[in-house]
Design a protein around this ligand. Structure first.
Ligand code: SAM
Length: 292
């Protein structure tokens, strides 16, 4: 049987079921088996790996995952795709499709239940572009037992996730993800490998979970509040952004100046120049001044 991801087989399947793409669900299906192979290779899958896939579509990536891993659990929101997947994935007995919105799913108990005996868990997906960031943040913040994620998304978002300090792409998203994960853009993907073609360029990003977070912070939520506040207006200094954004009392500016000084950060710098370590030192110093 030909790969699902060849243009002819994809067209045959779509015609057989009279399927029409829903743009609102980010439905851009992959029609190039080489890209699928590169994605599975980037994920380092073995028969000991349990894979979580978000949005199997008609099963193009799912079948490659089924061939190269122990088991695949795929979450698909679009009811119309379930009978199609039942057909296209029938040759594989190690795939389970769950009809659920990934953003509402309780992933941890599903991993425990479905991946017994598999202790290497990866998320591998061609993500729906309208919700890439919420999906990644959900999977990171729930602290589920995964080794990492290899996911296709908009190139612009991939660049922001993997960005280093001092670049225009670096911001609170880079920090939120790099705090938990080692991040790199694995490869760039041309529009021509999708049906229909998306309007933006795409990339595959590899995120591997760190043994412990990149920096030590006393309060994670506050650390993320400080980083988000520091980038509220990119052209403003860190002092101005924090003064405008942080919910502190009357002595706000003095407290921020004292924390910046304790962390060794010039108040005139901009958020984009601060490393994760500097943000950690700053948020820890701010907490201290707030308590004193
Ligand atoms: N994996 C297929 C491929 O590569 O050809 C399809 C990828 S397509 C970019 C995204 C898929 O995610 C679609 O099948 C869409 O219906 C599904 N989807 C969209 N939002 C979702 C959500 N919140 N939860 C689960 N699946 C979702």
């Amino acid at each position: 049987m030909k790969d699902i991801a060849t243009p002819t087989r994809t067209k045959e399947i779509l015609t057989k079921y009279g399927f029409s793409f829903k743009k609102s669900l980010g439905q851009n299906f992959l029609i190039d088996p080489n890209i699928l192979q590169k994605i599975t290779e980037a994920a380092g899958l073995t028969k000991e790996t349990g894979v979580i896939e978000v949005g199997p579509g008609i099963g193009a990536l799912t079948e490659h995952l089924a061939r190269t891993s122990g088991k695949v659990v795929a979450f698909e929101i679009d009811q119309r795709l379930l009978p199609i997947l039942g057909d296209t994935l029938s040759p594989y007995d190690n795939v389970k499709v769950i009809h659920e919105d990934i953003l509402k799913a309780e992933v941890a108990p599903i991993i425990e239940q479905e991946f017994q005996g598999l202790d290497d868990i990866m998320v591998v997906a061609n993500l729906p572009y309208y919700v890439t960031t919420p999906i990644i943040m959900k999977l990171l913040e729930e602290k589920i037992a995964i080794r990492g994620l290899v996911v296709m998304l908009q190139k612009e978002v991939a660049d922001r996730i993997a960005a280093k300090p001092g670049t225009k792409e670096y911001g609170s998203l880079s920090i939120a993800i790099q705090y938990y994960m080692e991040s790199e853009v694995a490869f760039i993907v041309p529009k021509t490998v999708f049906m229909p073609q998306p309007n933006v360029d795409s990339a595959v990003i590899r995120l591997l979970k760190r043994e412990k977070p990149a920096v030590e912070v006393e309060d994670e939520n506050f650390f993320f509040t400080v980083t988000r506040s520091s980038f509220a207006q990119r052209r403003k200094t860190i002092l101005n952004n924090l003064t405008n954004q942080l919910p502190l009392g009357k002595e706000k500016k003095e407290q921020i100046l004292s924390a910046l000084s304790e962390a060794g950060i010039e108040p005139s710098r901009r958020g984009e120049s601060l490393s994760l370590q500097e943000f950690a030192d700053l948020s820890n110093a701010l907490l201290k001044t707030m308590k004193s």
